[in-house]
Structure formats: C-alpha cells, structure tokens
Design a protein around this ligand. Structure first.
Ligand SMILES: [Cu+2]
Length: 197
C-alpha cells in the first residue's frame, strides 16, 4: 500500500463512519418523531379540548342567571327586543390621556355611559356593551334589588357584547364593573309592565 492508497483508505473509513453517524442520527430523529407522533396521538384530545374556542365566556367567574335568578331576569344571546340601549365603557381619566394629576390622585377612572337605564318589566331589552378600551377588561355584574348577584359578564377589550334582558320583577337593579370599583357602576330601574295598573 502506497502512501496515497493509505490516505484514500483512511478517507473511505472516515466517510463510512460519517455515514454510520448519519444513519444513527436519522434513526434517532425517526424515533424522536415517532415518540412525538405517539404523544400527540395520546394527548391530542386534551390539546384539542384546551384549544377549542371557548364557548361564551361563561365559567365560574362569568355566568348568566341560573334557573333561580332567571325568575328575576332572563338573559338570552339574541331575540326580539322592545328596546335597545348601547352602554359604553367611558374612560374618564386614564394614564394615556390624563389628566395626570387626576390619575395620580384617583387612579384610572372609568364609567358606564349611560349609567342609568329604565326598562319595563317583561319588555325584552337588548343591552349592547361597547368596551372602548384596547387594553382594559371590564365586566358587568348585575345585582337584584336584594343585592344578590344574578349574573357576571366579561366585556373584552375593543368588543361589543350583546344580550337581551327581560326583567320579571320591578325595582332597582344595580350593576357594577368589578374591575373598577368603586366608581364604575350603574342602575337599571324596572318599571311596571306596559299597560299594568
Ligand atoms: Cu371596568
């Protein structure tokens, strides 16, 4: 074997072991891919459930009236309404636009607008909340005249949220944004049904 041949033979061996390494790497990759696919197959239903579009934001924090509360007010996502009211989340004093002294003294201040709504008993009324803020969550918590909480909605940033409310009891119903207390409140006055004496 001449020097040239030795060099060639060494190179050949080197290539061989390189190929072996490539094969080993490929097998390892394939095994890794297999375990990934297996894991996906096993966990896919879980992943799928977790990423499924959240049905309306109703969980233990946000909910519509339950069957007992529905005797006082029933709330539906849609339906014919005798009246419609748009309720804005108004930024009264916020860090972006000030006034700075007011924000320093009171913190950011928001308000529902309008904060007073009159409806008739049994008259379906559509309330549409416009959360005007791009970076602030608000919510709508409705209380019965006896102060028990009937429902709690999340009002997502830059989103309109509509529900048709039908009140079955007369009286003053307070509502709140739980995030911005004590200032972000309002009242719904439920008057006698039309034609009632
Ligand atoms: Cu709020």
């Amino acid at each position: 074997m001449r020097v040239g041949e030795v060099v060639m033979s060494v190179e050949k061996d080197a290539n061989l072991s390189g190929d072996r390494m490539k094969t080993a790497a490929f097998t390892a990759n394939r095994n890794r891919r297999r375990s990934l696919i297996l894991a996906l197959a096993i966990f896919w239903p879980l992943i799928y459930v977790a990423s499924a579009p959240a049905a309306p934001p109703m969980d233990k924090h946000y909910y519509l009236p339950d069957s007992a509360a529905s005797k006082i007010v029933s709330v539906a996502r849609e339906g014919k309404a005798a009246a419609e009211v748009t309720v804005l989340t108004e930024a009264v004093a916020i860090k972006e636009t000030g006034p700075r002294q007011t924000v320093a003294k009171f913190g950011e201040v928001y308000a529902f607008s309008p904060a007073f709504i009159a409806v008739r008993r049994e008259a379906p009324t559509m309330l549409t909340f416009w959360n005007l803020q791009p970076d602030d969550e608000h919510d709508f918590m409705l209380a019965a005249p006896d102060s028990s909480v009937l429902m709690h909605l999340k009002l997502q940033p830059l989103t309109k949220t509509s529900f048709v409310f039908t009140f079955h009891e007369e009286g003053i119903f307070n509502f709140y944004c739980a995030v911005h207390q004590p200032e972000m409140n309002g009242q719904i006055l439920v008057l006698p049904a039309a034609g009632a004496k």
